[in-house]
Design a binder for this molecule. Structure first.
Ligand code: GLY
Length: 344
């Protein structure tokens, strides 16, 4: 089933009217409860709010148990609907809880971060982290609706917005030179609201075009893992040491490291490699990753579900719109890339 995406919260009332759900639950964290729920409430019939703690470190089985317990206590049944209102953690985990509760109930994603709008909330992946491994437990389950309203972006701290732009840049690199060059013109924050909306819409369209061709991630969809082999290991590493690194920040660094390997050992041209580094500098301040332990990073990469105990694989860019999926990379190539990522 392909995802139905609608722009604007006004799409919700007609959807709800047409479905006649028995009960509505809105899953929020403390941030989306404070800043986003007030914008949604007026559009909803009677509903119950389920609040969890924000942050990737809470995307766990324990939080799912809490959500399932609340659903049970509040008499959710197979005809209930969950509205996931928040960023990628809420949409990933709310979708997972819905996909598994009573063998699956309907859910709607209402992403409030740019990252969730352009990536996490669309495409039918649901997930939680397990034993500090990112997105280790999950399913492919399509939401009944994804409702995107960019007014939520105004509620976000600047750092979040900038971090989220890395998935958009990743989509641009995978698309073509035009999209890539647009994002190299200026820091993401300096685009006007209408420019941002146009960029977001194109990014969503691109992701959906890929997902439509390979919804179960067997082949073409794997391109969306560009930058993510290193990014997921970095995120897991930070989780392990109870430090914070936004997913978007990890992806930005992952794009740099994987571009380094693609340029140094494969065919990515120097000018595009430099452009990727330029884009990073335009938008990000580098976290200190000098002390990062190489062997721990390797262990985390081998456990990543994209890889196996014998091979670490990456999507390596060849030029804008061209890439090689499932490229096996060596430990020494990764070591060099990590060194570059901490020194550039
Ligand atoms: N975030 C990558 C994917 O949806 O496949």
């Amino acid at each position: 089933m392909s995802t139905v995406i609608k722009f604007g919260l006004n799409a919700l009332p007609p959807f709800l009217k047409s479905r006649k759900y028995s009960t509505l639950f809105v899953l929020v964290d403390e941030n989306s409860k404070k800043h986003c729920l007030p914008l949604l409430k007026a559009l909803l019939p009677a509903h119950q709010v389920v609040t969890i703690k924000s942050g990737e470190r809470n995307k766990t089985l324990k939080t799912c148990e809490f959500i399932w317990e609340v659903l049970l206590k509040k008499n959710a049944d197979r005809n209930s609907l969950i509205l996931n209102l928040g960023g990628g953690v809420i949409t990933d985990m709310g979708a997972f809880c819905a996909a598994t509760f009573m063998r699956g109930i309907d859910f709607v994603n209402i992403p409030t971060s740019m990252l969730a709008m352009t990536d996490a909330a669309i495409g039918g992946k649901t997930a939680i982290d397990f034993l500090n491994y990112k997105n280790m437990i999950g399913s492919f389950t399509t939401p009944q609706l994804v409702c995107i309203d960019t007014q939520f972006l105004k509620t976000l701290p600047t750092k979040h917005l900038v971090a989220s732009s890395s998935e958009i840049f990743k989509h641009a690199l995978l698309q073509n030179k035009n999209e890539t060059n647009t994002l190299l013109k200026k820091p993401f924050l300096l685009f006007s609201e209408s420019e941002k909306l146009a960029i977001i819409k194109k990014s969503i369209r691109f992701k959906m075009s890929v997902v439509t061709l390979d919804s179960l991630d067997k082949n073409l969809r794997k391109q969306l893992n560009l930058g993510h082999t290193l990014a997921h290991a970095l995120e897991s590493y930070f989780m392990l040491y109870k430090k914070t690194l936004f997913h978007g920040e990890a992806v930005a660094l992952g794009l740099i490291g994987e571009a380094y390997i693609a340029h140094r050992f494969y065919s990515l041209p120097y000018d595009l490699f430099l452009s990727i580094v330029f884009w990073y500098d335009l938008n990000f301040l580098k976290p200190n990753i000098k002390e990062i332990n190489f062997n721990t990073m390797l262990k985390l990469m081998h456990k990543d579900k994209k890889n196996d105990p014998l091979a670490i694989k990456m999507v390596l860019l060849e030029s804008e719109g061209h890439f090689a999926i499932d490229t096996r990379v060596t430990h020494s190539q990764i070591k060099e890339a990590l060194k570059f990522m901490s020194d550039f």
